[in-house]
Design a protein around this ligand. Structure first.
Ligand SMILES: [Zn+2]
Length: 219
């Protein structure tokens, strides 16, 4: 279960193992190509989940299902009900988690969060699954917190959402951070973060140094 809030602010990109960032970019572009999408296209998390045969269900929906069915099957399901209610509660700030129920890989998310936040939450869990973090998503228990795995999932989740190649192109075309966020269905903070952490503007201005380049809007 990821930490609540905008997780990417908390990560230390330098702590990622060598080669992970280019690998993440290539996973992002590969998923897009399998979905017939370009680097500048949004790659909706639910489409990625469908491609990887992972079901996505909200905690609210899961509780409804549990309420309607599990009480018949499991008369002593009060504990489960309490747990789900706790996760569903707005104050808990539950983001998402990946788990296996029977043979089904499932990502559970919180539909009370904004659409952009749901997108990055689900993407983060998909990243854990893609990285095959042992004992995490692929376990029936709640994930143990592993800082290395968290950093990888944060970076990969964000890269699938906004690949470097697409971001570079959109900034080059003069798109604003808000337009980039709208384009990828991300939060404005996520688009701004990716643009800054990848040094997109610096790289474009370097490549344009000898010529007059496009006007870059940061707003
Ligand atoms: Zn995580």
């Amino acid at each position: 279960m990821p930490l609540p809030g905008e997780m990417f602010y908390r990560m230390k990109p330098n702590s990622l193992r060598k080669g992970f960032k280019p690998q993440a970019e290539s996973i992002s572009l590969d998923l897009r190509s399998r979905l017939n999408l370009k680097a500048t296209d949004a790659c909706p998390a639910r489409q990625v989940a469908h491609l990887l045969q992972i079901q996505v269900v909200s905690i609210q929906m899961l509780r409804k299902i549990a309420e309607q069915h599990l009480t018949i099957e499991f008369p002593n399901s009060a504990h489960l009900d309490t747990s789900l209610k706790t996760l569903e509660n707005r104050d808990t700030q539950f983001s998402a988690m990946a788990t296996i129920i029977g043979e089904h890989r499932i990502i559970i998310f919180n539909e009370l969060n904004s659409i952009a936040r749901q997108e990055s939450d689900i993407m983060h869990e998909l990243a854990h699954v893609i990285c095959e973090h042992p004992g995490n998503c692929l376990s029936q228990k709640l994930r143990k917190y592993d800082p290395q795995h968290e950093n990888e999932a944060i970076w990969l989740g964000a890269t699938i959402q906004i690949p470097e190649a697409g971001l570079f192109q959109l900034v080059r075309e003069g798109r604003t951070n808000q337009q980039i966020a709208d384009n990828y269905g991300s939060s404005l903070q996520m688009a701004t973060y990716r643009r800054n952490i990848l040094g997109i503007d610096i790289r474009i201005s370097r490549s344009n140094k000898s010529t007059t380049g496009p006007v870059i809007n940061k707003a």
